[in-house]
Design a binder for this molecule. Structure first.
Ligand SMILES: [Zn+2]
Length: 371
């Protein structure tokens, strides 16, 4: 009997300790060599719009009168770009959502102990790998990516944290603030030779973080006039920014655009869990290197959305957040092959780092490599 109790206690003890080992140590590894394809990329610059808290159905569905509340983006889906639903993971919160989009990894569970606002571990991101990144938006999101970046090449333009209150009355102001600042930024670049030449470099990123829709959803719920009108405002803003860029770059056809969101929202205005209203986010991509929408006679999806959205004949390309599907690329087979190869070698890099870590902490006679 005593032996049984002691054994039972030991088993529980081991389980308890293992929880800390599994959940409170970061799975991230460091020291990999960044890989890239040797071929020239189709785009010189990327514009990333993240409409915080925007549900896929709220963007794609038609209004009561049968028209789209995002006519500019609807036109892109039908004639100029590619679209689908991006599937995010729990927790459907802003920080892990943005980390998945921009750094390419899912929630680091050890982050739970550190709160949701900041990532506790350093990580590499597409911003860090860019030549320059300029970002506009919330002070809760932008600094996270500038802080981890090596060298001074990720620039942030945030409204002051207390000014987030200026969105209290009308949260769309959080988004018009971003659009207005991007416009005046490009205006000022015309008279600033240093900035002008930086903006004409390759591998640059413009990131517009739009918090209005999320704020309106929390305050008024997603089926409110406020939430829907905010989507209209974002659509207009995306249209204006595209025009500003086309003008600035003289229609050089070297700009790629992506619009998505970090997570959705439940009917009652919350997020964090795994309901489809929280995990289904819109994804629209267009511009340099992106395929045109494909017409199809029919397509099969488990959800009933396509009919409701009247998009049955426009091929829907779903993605899982953090993974780029080849169907979105408008490039040669050679380019796609090189991209897949670079991706595979990058994953192998992680394996190598993990292996050498393991080797260091294991007694040599217990360590054997796989054939
Ligand atoms: Zn968010």
């Amino acid at each position: 009997m005593q032996v049984f109790i002691i054994t039972a206690l030991l088993v529980h003890f081991v389980f308890l300790i293992s929880i800390f080992d599994i959940y409170f140590t970061s799975p991230l590894v460091h020291g990999m060599t960044p890989q890239q394809t040797p071929l020239p990329p189709p785009a010189k610059r990327l514009v990333l719009f993240v409409a915080d808290g925007l549900r896929a159905d709220s963007l794609y569905e038609l209004d009561e009168d049968g028209t789209s509340r995002a006519p500019y983006l609807r036109n892109i889906i039908e004639y100029k770009g590619n679209w689908g639903v991006s599937h995010t993971r729990v927790p459907t919160e802003s920080r892990p959502g943005h980390v998945a989009l921009i750094a390419g990894f899912y929630e680091d569970v050890s982050a739970v102990a550190k709160g949701w606002k900041e990532n506790p571990v350093e990580f590499d991101s597409v911003f860090n790998e860019s030549k320059y990144t300029w970002s506009w938006g919330s002070p809760d999101i932008l600094p996270m990516f500038a802080k981890g970046a090596s060298g001074n090449h990720v620039y942030t333009h945030c409204y002051a944290a207390e000014r987030e209150d200026f969105g209290a009355e009308d949260a769309t102001k959080l988004d018009t603030w971003v659009f207005d600042n991007v416009k005046s930024f490009f205006q000022s670049a015309r008279n600033n030779q240093t900035l002008f030449s930086k903006l004409n470099e390759e591998k640059i990123i413009l990131f517009l973080h739009l918090l209005g829709i999320d704020t309106n959803g929390h305050a008024h719920r997603p089926d409110s006039r406020e939430y829907k009108d905010n989507i209209r405002k974002v659509d207009e803003g995306v249209k204006e920014i595209s025009a500003v860029l086309e003008d600035f770059y003289g229609n050089d056809g070297k700009t790629a655009f992506i619009l998505t969101s970090d997570h959705g929202m439940t009917d009652w205005g919350s997020h964090g869990a795994g309901h489809p209203s929280e995990t289904l986010t819109p994804l629209i991509a267009w511009g340099a290197g992106v395929n045109y929408a494909q017409r199809v006679a029919s397509q099969l999806f488990e959800d009933e959305f396509l009919k409701e959205w009247r998009l049955e004949t426009w091929k829907r390309q779903d993605v899982n957040q953090g993974i780029l599907p080849l169907e979105y690329l408008n490039s040669s087979g050679h380019f796609k092959a090189e991209s897949m190869f670079a991706n595979a070698v990058q994953i192998l890099e992680q394996f190598k780092v993990k292996m050498s870590q393991k080797k260091e902490t294991t007694l040599s006679f217990l360590f054997s490599t796989f054939k």
